[in-house]
Design a protein around this ligand. Structure first.
Ligand code: GLP
Length: 248
């Protein structure tokens, strides 16, 4: 696997997005091999699509997810799980429908909940009841968001309903049909929730992530760039391709 050093601790750089995605997938595969009942924190976004394809390939080669539990970072508000752009439907399509994970053990916040505060509290309770998250994988927004924790989100924030910024809505328009109404709110694990995972791994690929990755790794640690707060995590790794590190 082609990798080169940047001098930034915990950062692995690959020449292509495919190699970077394979690296993250391999870390998940290795974890599930040694801990078949691992609790995985999962993420959506285009960046993760090749990661999930690699997990499906590993399953076809014999890896079982039958005892794995998963918690996704976030979900849009107001989209039922049957809507193709909902993160529930996305996870089913990209991963869950193709592996042997027990559907009852796949968790996403419910963006249709009548009482969002209660749903948020319940999500936190479910994570705790599962024993906490072993490995949380994360993409990064162009503005440095993680999950749907937009700039300004507090380091100690918990699962909650949030408003999306115009830039995030714009970046995700491609997942919706033309002219279709797009949610401007979501329910997301908080930064504090994410920081409680025993290990976090960020995947950033492509030029569109170069600015955010540079801010996250070399800018001040704080809410202006939510991903920067992950530098305070004791077991954080960063996996990127050459384009995403081009501004470092
Ligand atoms: C989305 C998701 C994030 C994701 C990010 C990047 O809005 N809520 O969890 O990491 O934006 O998405 P993409 O990989 O499509 O660039």
């Amino acid at each position: 696997m082609a990798r080169y050093q940047t001098g930034i601790a915990g950062l692995a750089v690959h020449s292509t997005p495919a190699a970077a995605a394979q690296d993250l997938a391999q870390r998940i595969i290795d974890l599930v091999r040694v801990k078949p009942d691992a609790v995985l924190g999962l993420a959506t976004g285009g960046t993760m699509e090749p990661v999930y394809a690699a997990l499906i390939a590993a399953h076809r080669d014999g890896l079982s997810f039958a005892r794995v539990t998963s918690f996704n970072l976030d979900e849009y508000l107001g989209l039922p799980g049957s809507h193709p752009a909902s993160y529930r439907a996305t996870m089913q399509r990209l991963l869950f429908d193709h592996i042997d994970i027990d559907p009852a053990n796949t968790h996403l916040p419910n963006g249709m909940a009548a009482n969002l505060a209660a749903e948020a509290e319940d999500y936190e309770r479910r994570i705790a009841a599962a024993g906490g998250i072993d490995l949380q994988i994360l993409g990064i927004g162009r503005n440095g968001h993680i999950g749907f924790n937009e700039p300004g989100s507090a380091a100690g924030s918990r699962t909650r309903a949030v408003n999306l910024t115009a830039s995030t809505i714009e970046a995700n328009t491609r997942f919706f049909a033309e002219g279709e109404a797009q949610p401007d709110r979501a329910i997301t694990m908080g930064i504090g929730t994410i920081m409680e995972a025993r290990e976090v791994a960020v995947l950033a690929t492509g030029m569109s992530k170069a600015q955010a990755l540079s801010q996250a790794l070399t800018g001040p640690v704080g809410p202006a760039c939510p991903a920067s707060i992950l530098r305070d995590h004791p077991v954080a790794s960063w996996i990127a391709d050459a384009e995403a590190v081009s501004l470092l």
